[in-house]
Ligand binder design. Structure first.
Ligand SMILES: Cc1cc2nc3c(=O)[nH]c(=O)nc-3n(C[C@H](O)[C@H](O)[C@H](O)COP(=O)(O)OP(=O)(O)OC[C@H]3O[C@@H](n4cnc5c(N)ncnc54)[C@H](O)[C@@H]3O)c2cc1C
Length: 385
C-alpha cells in the first residue's frame, strides 16, 4: 500500500513536470498540436503510453494496481491520452499470439508511438461476412506475395505497417484458410487511394496489393489459423471502443455538458431549457453506467475470467450513445448546427455539422449494429442460430 502511495506521488510529479495546463481539458479535437505531441512523447518515453506492457517491449511494466493508479491520476487531471490501432488492436493481439521475435521487433515502436499501423480486414466484397475475404498470399521462398484489395482502411495513407488478413489456404473452408500477416506499407506493389467520407474528410482508404511482399515469419499465430487471431483482435476493438470514455486507457473525454457549453456557449439560453438539461443529465448517467460496466468486463478478463464476451454489448451500446450525444449537441446548437460551408457560420459550427455526420459511422466500424446483435444473441445469450 505504501508502495502504491509512493507510485502515486511519482505519477503526480511526472504530470506536474510534463502536462501543461492547456492540455488538462480532456480529449478534444481542438487541442494545440505541439504541446500534445510533446506530452504524448513524454508519456511514451516513460513507458506509460502502454503502462501494463512488459518493459522489454517498451511498456511501463506496471502491475494491475499501479496501472489503475496511473489511469486514475491521468483522468483526475483530464489528461488527453491517445490510443492508436497499434496499441489497442495489434499490440494487445501480439502480446497474446506473437512470437518472441515479433514482439521484440514490433512492440517497442508501438509503445514509443513511433510506428503507425493500419488494419487491413475489410474488402470490397467482405465486410460483415469477413471470412469470405479474397485477398491472397502465396508463398515464394521465405516471403509471401500479396495480391488483392482492402477497403475502408483507416489511416492507410499515413501508416508505416499494416496488419492484414489474407487467404493462405485456398482449398480449406472459408474460416480455416486465413492468416494474419504484418508488412510494411512503403514498398512497390502497394497503392493507397483515400476515400472521402460523408463529413468531407478522407480518414480512410482503399489499398491495392499487386505483388506486395511480406516476410514469411511475419504471420501472427498459426498459419491458416488467423480467424481465431482476428476474432480476438476484434474483441479488443469492440471492448476498447466502448470503454474509451475512461477506464481502459485513462482517457478523460469531454463530457456532453462541457461540449455543449464550449460549443454553444453559456449565454445563448439553451441551458435554460429544462428538457434539454434533462436529456444532458440522462446522457451523462448512461455514459457513467457504460464506463462502469466496461471497466468490470475488462477487470474480469484481466483476472483470467474468459467466460463472457460482452465486448459486443459495449460496442452496440456505445455506438448508440455516441450518435445520441451528437444528436444532443446538434439540437443544442439549433440553426447554428446546420452549416456545411460558406459564410454565416463560425468554423466550430461547421465542424459540429461534420462531426454529427461522421458520428453515424460508429455503428458501422468494428462490426455493424446488426452484427453485434447477432453476436450477443449467440455468444452472450446463448440463443440457437
Ligand atoms: C469510419 C470507418 C472506419 C473503418 N475502418 C476500418 C479499418 O481500419 N479497417 C478495416 O478493415 N475496416 C474498416 N472499416 C470497415 C467496417 O469494418 C465495415 O464497414 C463493416 O464491417 C461493415 O461492412 P460493409 O461496409 O462491407 O457492410 P456490409 O457487410 O455489406 O453490410 C451492409 C448492411 O447489411 C447488414 N448485414 C450484413 N450482414 C448481416 C447479417 N448477417 N445479419 C444482419 N444484417 C447484416 C449490415 O449490418 C449493414 O447494415 C471502417 C468502417 C468505417 C465506417
Amino acid at each position: 500500500m505504501a508502495d502504491l502511495e509512493s507510485f502515486r506521488r511519482e505519477v503526480r510529479d511526472f504530470l506536474a513536470d510534463n502536462l501543461p495546463d492547456e492540455l488538462r481539458v480532456g480529449n478534444r479535437p481542438d487541442l494545440p498540436e505541439e504541446p500534445l505531441r510533446k506530452w504524448t512523447a513524454a508519456l511514451a518515453e516513460r513507458g506509460w503510453f502502454t503502462p501494463e506492457w512488459p518493459v522489454e517491449y517498451g511498456g511501463g511494466g506496471l502491475d494491475r494496481e499501479q496501472t489503475a493508479v496511473l489511469r486514475g491520476e491521468l483522468r483526475a487531471v483530464r489528461a488527453p491520452v491517445e490510443s492508436p490501432a497499434g496499441v489497442r488492436l495489434l499490440g494487445a493481439t501480439l502480446l497474446e499470439f506473437g512470437t518472441e521475435e515479433q514482439k521484440r521487433q514490433h512492440l517497442p515502436g508501438v509503445a514509443r508511438n513511433a510506428v503507425r499501423w493500419c488494419q487491413g480486414f475489410s474488402e470490397p466484397g467482405s465486410g460483415s461476412d469477413l471470412a469470405s475475404l479474397q485477398c491472397r498470399a502465396d508463398l515464394d521462398g521465405d516471403e509471401y506475395v500479396i495480391n488483392g484489395s482492402k477497403i475502408w482502411t483507416s489511416g492507410a495513407d499515413e501508416a508505416d505497417w499494416i496488419f492484414c488478413l489474407v487467404r493462405t489456404d485456398f482449398d480449406a473452408s472459408k474460416h480455416r484458410g486465413i492468416s494474419l500477416i504484418l508488412f510494411e506499407m512503403d514498398q512497390p506493389g502497394i497503392e493507397v487511394t483515400p476515400l472521402e467520407l460523408i463529413d468531407g474528410t478522407a480518414h480512410f482508404c482503399q489499398v491495392f496489393f499487386d505483388d506486395a511482399r511480406a516476410r514469411a515469419d511475419q504471420i501472427v499465430g498459426p498459419l491458416h489459423g488467423g480467424w481465431t487471431v482476428a476474432k480476438r483482435l476484434l474483441q479488443h476493438e469492440r471492448t476498447t471502443d466502448s470503454a474509451t470514455h475512461g477506464d481502459i486507457v485513462g482517457e478523460s473525454k469531454e463530457t456532453i455538458v462541457e461540449l455543449v457549453k464550449r460549443e454553444v456557449g453559456m449565454n445563448n439560453g439553451v441551458l435554460a431549457d429544462a428538457v434539454l438539461r434533462e436529456r444532458l443529465a440522462a446522457h451523462e448517467i448512461d455514459t457513467r453506467a457504460l464506463d462502469l460496466t466496461m471497466q468490470r468486463a475488462v477487470e474480469e478478463v484481466s483476472a483470467g475470467h474468459r467466460g463472457r464476451d460482452i465486448g459486443s454489448v459495449g460496442k452496440f451500446r456505445w455506438a448508440d450513445m455516441m450518435k445520441a450525444e451528437h444528436d444532443l449537441a446538434m439540437d443544442a446548437a439549433g440553426s447554428g448546427g446546420l452549416g456545411w460551408e460558406g459564410p454565416g457560420f463560425e468554423p466550430a459550427q461547421l465542424e459540429r455539422t461534420r462531426e454529427w455526420l461522421f458520428s453515424r459511422a460508429h455503428s458501422i466500424w468494428g462490426g455493424t449494429d446488426e452484427i453485434q446483435k447477432n453476436t450477443i444473441a449467440k455468444r452472450v445469450l446463448g440463443l440457437p442460430e
